[in-house]
Design a protein around this ligand. Sequence first.
Ligand code: NAD
Length: 474
Amino acid sequence: MAESYNNLIDGEMISTAKTFAVVNPATEEEIAQVPSCGKDELDRAVAAARKAFLSWRKTPIEERRKAVQAIAATIKDNADELFRLLTLEQGKPHSQAQMEIYGAAGLAAAQSTLNLDDIINEDSDQRLSRTRHVPVGVVGGIVPWNFPVMMAVQKIVPAILSGCTIVLKPSPFTPLTTLRIAELIKGVVPAGVVNIITGPDELGPLITEHPDIDKITFTGSTATGKKIMEGASKDLKRMTLELGGNDASIVLPDADVEKVAEQLFWSSFSNAGQICIAAKRIYIHEDIYDDLSKAIAEYAKQVKVGDGSHQGTGVGPIQNKKQFDRVCELIQDAKDNGYQFLLGGDVDPSGTGYYVPITILDNPPEDARIVAEEQFGPVMPLMKFSSVDEVIERANNSDYGLAGAVWTKDTDQGVAIAEQLETGTVWINEFLHINPLATFGGHKQSGFGAEYGIEGLKEFTYSQVITVKRDAEV
Ligand code: NAD
């Protein structure tokens, strides 16, 4: 029988009469039932968050810091149980699930050190003027299914450190590990400060439009981001939107083919390609294109696709049927257009589990759907370029602006190229590395606002300037 999970509202784990199923993407078997919340449960969670806000905002930051540190320690202490559950619901291999769990604990520990110091604008005989960062209130957090734990933690931590309280909605596809964390942390934060409720996509707009929520922090697709912006416009909620990406990797001719092949592979295929900042278009200089594309394909042949809980699996299934169908559609489109495949491309329609074989395309045109759209799956197009100016123009020819990378021995040239890329993050000679204290955010339709670091923390506050006239006669 499937296990039942509960929601966290006002410090209590609660169940609902209506529930929905969560499926293991590796087997398509139901693994759990979780609460299906609607307006009533949301109202309860928001009321609890509002009540808790009244005292939490006045709680000294040192106390709030301790709560964040306790969350970090709780996740770390329970990492073994949590990463197994994460693989079960999300599909990612155990090693990558472990990285997510430890990464989330590390993020919480690192961000707990942040401060929201006042800024002195004027300190003269005439006046003292000071800017303080005031918590905005109750935050609605909405999270996707690709990194469910990391995304939940990266919303909860800055919200509560800043003095806000939060109502968080995991993706209906991957709520289990987050709900288990809710159960584990309910004793380390005061009741109502963190509330976690599950429901179908329809719960999302209820959060976005809730009159007693002050800010939305959302990670997910650009299409949903646009709907959220519309919903939140009714009462002009503050918002942070972390949306899709179609990140370009640029490999210059001086890169060592053998050394970069494996790194390029994982920059695209970690988490079965379901990473907003995965390399989704790889541009290789024509001088090394043949050798490097062959080396990537050779490396890929040794990587095992399978159930993430099985030893040796490198690439797990796609997380859900909807995304699986979308990736299959993009592969079919490439076939219909006669693009060349270096590897993969044949999905077994009768198989169990949402498996897509590692698929690598050989120099498809720039307007191919697999190049122009965010594929979010284990399918990578390799493309040839001949000049730096040309490749910068092609990399920037996208509605997205999340991240990118340059691979070269000449790091000065790498930086010079990076400075011309229209994205929030650019790596030289690495990929996917995120520093919890460095600003992370997108440009263009990859969203706006920031997460991580002091900029990310400030997003949960508004600025208040208090000026005292010192020489006034009153
Ligand atoms: P999604 O937009 O379908 O869903 C994300 C969340 O929004 C889920 O919790 C969902 O239930 C909820 N939701 C759905 N409809 C809603 C609505 N109308 N109003 C409010 N909430 C609604 O995204 P997904 O498929 O879960 O995730 C994949 C996408 O997320 C990809 O595009 C990926 O690039 C993006 N992503 C971005 C980042 C980033 O930091 N920029 C990180 C991870 C994923």
